[in-house]
Design a protein around this ligand. Structure first.
Ligand SMILES: [Ca+2]
Ligand SMILES: [Ca+2]
Ligand SMILES: [Ca+2]
Ligand SMILES: [Ca+2]
Length: 590
């Protein structure tokens, strides 16, 4: 409008000087008074409008007026150069008007009057502007606080829409759009009231778009639209955990704080929430990032966290390794040497235990021992408590224990087992009996004959050797007994001979027995039992190896000679023939 005013003024000045020349050089004809470039018929004007008149020679003055309804109002009374005026069109209402000039001749002749065509004054800027963008994911763009956000690709497109109210709407222009350049103006001419904008290089960032709406008088109204493009995820803060990372723990939960402290969407739409997951599992909602507690699954796991913005963009995750072990160690038994009343050497015991995940913490595993009467119960009842052997999986029992006094007692061992995550459990007690050190058994027990003639004085020599597992200075009883092989359960063994080996005879650990002589009075098959310490006077490590059994037979005197040796083939032959004789005898006796 300013430019237009200046150009009109220039035009007026030029024309005025031309006319002055004309006035000076020729006889003026004031009946030709006229406007210089007045508003044309229907032209829309506004603001300050310069109006000049020409052909003023012989005039005292020229009165310029504007038509308001049915009356005329004075704008200016021009009486000299430059014969022009700047008319403030706002002094009249918007709408149709005419201008009129009245020249008053100095010679008293009749006034000369000229009017323009009807034109339109418009000093009202467009109003009720709307300026929107389609399909914003967040916000509507009406203010900075309500920015319209897009998670749109570089090659995406946006549709902007506008509208305004004005009697003489001309065009709309937008600037500041995302991407290179700006769309062409909408108008003059047909107005689309929209732009579809796809420059191909939408960059992330904040945008303030400006809409300028013009009317034909040059009045302008503007409105802003606030956009944001955000394709990037936020970064989280540095979380603080209740459990140390990459260290075994028996905790089953972990408390997470400070996830939101220092977290940022880097100027984007803003963080909506946080997420967490275990290893490569599904992401779960963590909420707003305030302190929360999560389960800590067993094993060496990676707990990840990330922030998600209001457009759904997720950021780089922050990953943290946690090692959780909720499983107690498992006792797998003990390695305990045989302990007897004769034991004098160091007794070393070893706990065998396993632990899933973190493994046994030997430094925090304690071995204990105690003595017990019956090998049962949670607390050893002789010591009445567990006595510590210190930490570790191995221990030596105290060297001061006098094992010779503990025959029949039970040694109990137990452990407080701890794994590297701190899981602690008591092992069930294990009891081992302290056995006597001495043991006797028989070797090389045999007979020189299997069959003798019954009731003839024929004898069988029973031989054998008593073995002691260590030097024994006392005396030992050896006994030979006999019973019919076909005896019933209530048949007693008959003691044939009880013999006492003299004290010291087993000092060397072995004593070859003088043969026991056995005579059979009646024909038949008999069992022989040779036993050591038959009355169980001497406690032994093994009471079950003290007896040996033999089978011998007595035959009728006429039926058999002597069994001279123990040869398998001959033995078989003799047994068969003996059986036959036996059968014949039985048949004869019946
Ligand atoms: Ca207007
Ligand atoms: Ca973002
Ligand atoms: Ca464990
Ligand atoms: Ca024995």
């Amino acid at each position: 409008m300013a430019t237009r005013t200046i150009s009109r003024l220039l035009t007026v000045l030029i024309l005025t000087s031309i006319c002055s020349g004309i006035v000076l050089g020729t006889e003026a004809r004031n009946s030709n008074l006229n406007f210089v470039s007045p508003p044309s018929s229907g032209e829309i004007i506004g603001g300050t409008y310069s109006v000049a008149v020409v052909n003023v020679s012989g005039l005292d003055y020229v009165l310029m007026e504007v038509e308001e309804g049915t009356s005329w109002s004075e704008i200016s009374n021009m009486s000299g150069a430059p014969w022009s005026t700047s008319w403030d069109t706002t002094t009249v209402d918007d709408g149709a008007h005419r201008l009129r000039i009245t020249g008053v001749p100095s010679d008293g002749s009749a006034n000369i009057q000229v009017s323009t065509s009807s034109f339109i004054v418009d000093n009202t800027a467009p109003s009720s502007l709307t300026f929107t963008v389609d399909d914003a994911e967040v916000g509507d763009g009406s203010s900075i606080a309500n920015r319209a956000w897009f998670d749109i690709s570089e090659s995406g497109s946006m549709v902007f829409r506008w509208n305004a109210t004005d009697v003489n709407l001309e065009k709309a222009v937008i600037t500041g759009v995302p991407g290179s350049g700006n769309p062409p103006s909408d108008g003059p001419g047909a107005l689309l009231h929209r732009w579809s904008w796809a420059p191909g290089d939408f960059s992330e960032g904040l945008y303030t778009l400006s809409l300028s709406v013009y009317d034909e008088a040059g009045n302008i109204a503007t409105r802003s639209l606030y956009l944001g493009i955000d394709r990037s995820g936020p970064t989280t803060g540095t979380p603080v955990f209740s459990v140390s990372e990459s260290t075994w723990t028996d905790d089953s939960i972990v408390t997470i704080g400070a996830l939101s402290a220092g977290a940022t969407d880097n100027g984007g739409v803003g963080i909506d929430h946080y997420e967490w997951r275990v290893d490569d599992g599904n992401w779960n909602n963590f909420g707003s990032g305030s302190t929360s507690t999560l389960p800590l699954p067993e094993g060496q796991r990676v707990l990840s966290f990330r922030a998600v913005d209001r457009l759904g963009n997720s950021g780089i995750s922050t990953n943290h390794s946690f090692w959780a072990d909720h499983t107690d160690p498992v006792a797998g038994g003990w390695s305990i040497p045989e302990i007897t009343t004769m034991t004098q050497s160091q007794v070393s015991i070893q706990l065998i235990a396993t632990d899933t995940l973190s493994g046994i913490d030997e430094g925090n595993t304690t071995l204990r021992y105690g003595f017990d009467n019956d090998g049962m119960g949670p607390i050893p009842d002789i010591t009445n408590q567990w006595l510590s052997l210190g930490s570790g999986m191995n221990a030596n029992l105290p060297s001061g224990i006098d094992w010779s006094t503990k025959q029949g007692d039970w040694l109990g061992v137990s452990a407080i087992m701890t794994d590297n995550a701190g899981n602690q459990i008591l092992s069930p007690p294990t009891y081992v009996r302290i056995v006597p050190g001495i043991d006797f058994h028989l070797e090389n027990v045999g007979v020189d004959r299997l069959i003798v003639a019954a009731n003839t004085g024929d004898k069988i020599n029973v031989t054998g050797t008593v073995i002691a597992n260590q030097a024994y200075t006392g005396s030992v009883i050896v006994r030979l007994e006999m019973a019919p092989s076909d005896r019933t359960t209530d048949t007693n063994w008959t003691v044939l001979e009880t013999r006492t080996l003299a004290a010291g005879s087993l000092y060397d650990g072995r004593e070859v027995l003088e043969p026991f002589e056995v005579r059979i009075l009646a024909s038949g098959e008999y069992d022989l039992k040779l036993s050591i310490d038959p009355d169980e006077i001497i406690p032994e490590k093994d009471e079950g190896n003290n007896e040996e059994y033999l089978v011998v037979s007595g035959a009728r005197p006429s039926s058999i000679g002597a069994v001279t040796s123990f040869m398998p083939a001959l033995f078989l032959l003799l047994v068969v023939s003996g059986w036959m004789v036996w059968t014949m005898r039985d048949s004869a006796e019946e």
